[in-house]
Design a binder for this molecule. Sequence first.
Ligand code: MLC
Ligand code: AMP
Length: 541
Amino acid sequence: MASPLVERLAQLGSSARIAVEDDRGPTTFAALTERALRVRGALLADSGRRGVDGRASPSSLASLDGERILLLVPPGAAWISAFLGVILAGGIALPLSPLYPPAELEWLASDAGVRRIIAGDELAAVVAPIAQGRAVLRVEDLERAAPGPEGAISDIAADDPALLLYTSGTTGKPKGALLTHRNLATQAELLRAAWGFSEHDVLLHALPLHHLHGVAIALTTSLLAGSATRMLPRFDAQRVAAEIARRSATAFMAVPTMYQRLLGQLDRGDAPGFAAGARALRLATSGSAALPVTLAERWRDLTGTIPLERFGMTEIGVGMSNPLDPGGRRAGWVGSPLPTVEARITDDAGFASEGAPGVASGEAVAQRGDASVARGELWIRGPSVFKGYLGREDATAAAFQDGWFRTGDVAERSGDGCFRLLGRTSVDILKSGGYKLSALEIEEALREHGAIAEVAVIGVPDEAWGERVVAVVVAAPGREAECATGPLRAWAKERLAPYKVPRESIVVPSLPRNAMGKVVKPEIARAIAAGMPGGRAPSAR
Ligand code: MLC
Ligand code: AMP
C-alpha cells in the first residue's frame, strides 16, 4: 500500500492557501511543496554523487532507503521543507534539539547511524562539533536545488518509517522510536476529525519539534488538515500571549507548564488583550503531562472552558481525548480512546480487567455505559502504534505483549469508558515540563563525576514543572562541595540536555536500600516531601 501521508501531501501540493507563517512571512502549500521537492531532489542527487557503500553512481538514487537524516534547523518553513524533503525521498527524519550539548547530540547521531545532517545557518555552531565524519548540507542550498526525479515518490509504502524520535525509558540511554508513514497519517486524520481541524484554522505552534507533540500531534495534524500553522521560534510566554491577544490563530496546543506560564504572565499584568484572545480561540489542547485540575479551572475562569486534555505517547500517538464539545470535557481525565485506538487495562499478570470487556475502542465505548471501573497498566493497540525501536529488537519485543503496547502508565477507566492517569509503573520515569526523563539515564551520566560515590535521581512534585528533577547524592570522601547544586549543575549541563539537568542536589551520607541492596526511591521521595533538609539522610537500612 502506498504511503497515505504522501498521497495527502500531493493533494495539498498545488494549493495557494497559507501552510505556514514564520517570522520570515507566509508560505503557501504550493511553495512549501516545491521547496520540499527541491530538498528531496538534492538529497537524492547527493546520495548518487556519494554513492551507496562508497561506490559512486553517476545519477540520482531513487530513494534514500530509510537513511536517517538529522535535522538541525530552526522552527519555521525551512524546518518543514527539510522534514518533508527527507520523507518524500524515502528517508527517515531525525529532528533533534539545538539545546542539546555536543556529547548528547553525538551519542544520538551515532546511535541513529547518521551520515548526513541538514542544518540551518543559524545553528552552524551547534552542528560543528558533530560534523566530523558526516556531511553537513545547508538547508538554504537544498531548497534551491533542482526538484528530484519524478514518479518514485509513489513507491514509498505505508509501513516505511518516516520519523525517528528518541524517547527516554527504563533503560539507561534513550531509544529511537520509528514512526511510519501510516502512523503519522492515521494520527493526523484521527486528530483532524476529533478536534475539527479544517482549512479555516490557524494553529499557534510554539512546541519543540524533536518530540511527538510538536512534530506530529501539532504540526502534521495541522498540515494534513490543510490548516495554516503559525510557527514561533520557541515558546516565550510573552510572545505567545501577544499572538493570542492579536488573534493570529484559532487553535493552540501546549503542555501544562505553558498554560501555567501564560497565566503567570496574566497575573503579572503583562498580557494586554490576552484574556479576550484566549476566549476567542476555537480550541486549546493540553497534553504530554497531567493538567492539574486547578490550572484547568483557572483557564475556564478566563475563557469559559477547560482546555481539551488528551493522553499521548511517542510510541502510540494520541490514544485518548476529551471531546471537542467543551460541555463533555472532564477536568483531571484524559477522555476516551479515539476511533481505531484499542485500550485495555491489565493487572500485573497482563490479564484484562474483569467485568466488562477489557478492551475499549473509541467506537465501542460510546455505546457501552456498563463497563465496570478498572485500574491497572494501560495497554494500547491499533494503526497509530509505532513500528519498533531502531536497532533494539530486544527492547521492542519487551515493549509488546500479545500484540499490545505496554505504556507503563497506570490508568483508571470509569464506568462510562473515560480514562484517568494515576501514575507510572516505574519510579524511574519522570515528566518535567512535558519532557519525559529517565532517572536511570541521568544517574548514569552523574556517575561519571569523580566526586559522586552514589546517586539516586527522584521526581519531586512541582507546581511549575509537574515534576522537578532532584539528585540525591553520596559524595566521595572530602568532595561534598563539588556535589552541591551549583557545581553539579554546571558539570551536568555539558553532558545532558538542559531539561535533564537536576534542579537541585541534596548531599546525604547514605541512600536507603532494601534487603536486596536496591535503593528505595519512594522512601527518599517521602523524606523530601516531608521537608528533608539537604544533607540529612533518609533512614538507611
Ligand atoms: C526548560 N528547562 C527545563 C525544562 N524546560 N527544566 C526542566 N524541565 C523542562 N521541561 C530549563 C532550561 O534549560 C533552563 O535551565 C530553565 O529550565 C529555565 O528555562 P526557561 O527558558 O524558563 O524554559 P523554557 O526554555 O521556556 O522551557 C519551558 C518549556 C519547555 C515548557 C517551554 O520545557 C518545553 O518546550 N516543554 C515541552 C516539552 C514537550 O514538547 N514534550 C512533548 C513530549 S511528547 P537553566 O539551567 O538555563 O536555568 C509527549 C507525547 C504527548 O509527551 O502526549 O504529547
Ligand atoms: P513521551 O514518552 O515523551 O511521549 O511521553 C508520554 C507520556 O506522557 C505518557 O506515557 C504519559 O505518562 C504522559 N502523558 C501524556 N499525556 C498525558 C496526560 N494528558 N496526562 C498525564 N500524563 C500524560
